[in-house]
Design a protein around this ligand. Structure first.
Ligand SMILES: Cc1ncc(COP(=O)(O)O)c(C=O)c1O
Length: 389
């Protein structure tokens, strides 16, 4: 009856979002979600800050604001990103980095244009790209980030408009692109005039290893759009992220944002700004890293202990996920059904691959479950996988 736009053809919503209903049963141990832990939200501090903001600045905060963001907040973000910003760059505050992904796709893609994504990649972004009529081609992930040989081949073959990469503690794989590869990916893209959409919401959640430069820091030619977010480090419900890119790109984002939501909430922007300005942020992120490190160690240790030989896992230095490749022939979807019956859940791997396949892979989240649940759930999964093998 409805004459929906053709762009929805073949897009039925995320397979993963659909299973969440299934998991809301008592006693389910879930490694399926991807949320930060609500136990660690700085709720009391944010309550105090928001009350003060409304009491003292209610007239401006509750009014419409500028589309690019609250000016004082933008200045603070510029200051904090001085090492990667060029004179020719600008910042727009976005309603989460999801909005930056959406804007970049709509700024660059015309029907049928090719773009490249990592394989596997973040499902939300893949859906956004498809809804923007992009033809998504993929580049294989290696242990230190995408294959640069394949990247160059695919660029020559498809002449893509841009590469979408999540370089640090990638969702879903947990893989981090090495410093050497960041430079190489940048050089290849620059050589062929391919833009880079660098989505980096997990970079600050590092539990081991050395911090790496953002790809944006190499950008001497305005080809990188960097997306950052406070969703994983403060709270996703605030919906505050930002994009840094050449002024010409940000001008297009400005036009799209006028139609999308006029501007990101003045209240939540100001809450994040005050959280940063009052010095809470760095301490808070340090605390998150201490807690999540324990959860990561518990999950990696339990997988090594309980999963059968032949199961391989990634070794994430941060972020929220471990990626598991089971022995050939084990079907993660069939395993999922069995596991859910026994009240332990994860996310199957195949939907994260734009080109399909990879039936023996799965993603496990360690930020939501408690350490005793991690031990109990992984032990249970290990037993079920052994029966499968
Ligand atoms: C790689 C990646 N990018 C973007 C997002 C969206 O985050 P935000 O809440 O900032 O929109 C997520 C959320 O899970 C993510 O994993």
């Amino acid at each position: 009856m409805y004459r929906f736009a053709k762009r929805f053809d073949g897009i039925g919503g995320s397979e993963i979002r659909k299973i969440f209903g299934l998991l809301a049963v008592p006693d389910m141990i879930s490694f399926a979600g991807g949320n930060p832990s609500p136990e660690l939200f700085p709720a009391e501090t944010l309550a105090e800050i928001s009350e003060e903001i409304i009491a003292e600045n209610g007239k401006s905060v509750l009014q419409y604001g500028g589309t690019l963001g609250v000016p004082a907040f933008i200045e603070l973000l510029k200051y904090r990103n001085a090492d990667i910003m060029r004179e020719t760059d600008d910042i727009v505050v976005t309603s989460g980095s999801s909005q930056g992904i959406d804007f970049f796709a709509h700024t660059m893609i015309e029907k049928g244009d090719v773009m490249l994504a990592e394989s596997p990649s973040f499902l939300g972004a893949l859906q956004t790209f498809r809804l923007a009529d992009a033809d998504v081609k993929t580049v294989t992930m290696e242990e230190d980030g995408i294959s640069t040989t394949e990247l160059e081949e695919k660029i020559k073959q498809y002449n893509p408009k841009f590469l979408y990469t999540i370089p640090t503690f990638q969702n879903p794989s947990g893989i981090t692109m090495s410093g050497e590869k960041r430079q190489k990916v940048y050089d290849i893209c620059k050589k062929y005039g391919v833009l880079i959409l660098e989505d980096d919401p997990y970079a600050e959640l590092r539990y081991s290893g050395q911090a790496l430069e953002s790809i944006k820091s190499y950008d001497d030619s305005g080809i990188v759009c960097k997306l950052a977010s406070f969703s994983k480090t403060i709270s996703p419900g605030l919906r505050v992220g930002y994009a840094i890119a050449n002024k010409e790109i940000i001008a297009k984002f400005n036009l799209l944002k006028q139609g999308a939501d006029v501007h990101t909430s003045n209240l939540t922007q100001t809450m994040v700004m005050e959280f940063l300005k009052r010095g809470y942020y760095d301490e808070h992120v340090k605390m998150l890293c201490t807690e999540y490190r324990k959860q990561r160690d518990a999950m990696c240790g339990a997988i090594d202990k309980y999963f059968p030989q032949g199961a391989k896992r990634t070794n994430p230095d941060g972020g929220l996920f471990v990626w598991v490749t089971l022995p050939e022939g084990v079907n993660a979807r069939a395993l999922f059904e069995e596991c859910v019956n026994e009240k332990v859940a994860f996310v199957v791997g195949p939907p994260f691959f734009a080109e399909g396949g990879h039936e023996n892979t799965l993603r496990m989240n360690f930020s939501m479950p408690s350490i005793p649940d991690i031990e109990k759930g992984v032990e249970k999964m290990g037993r079920i996988i052994r029966d499968f093998v």
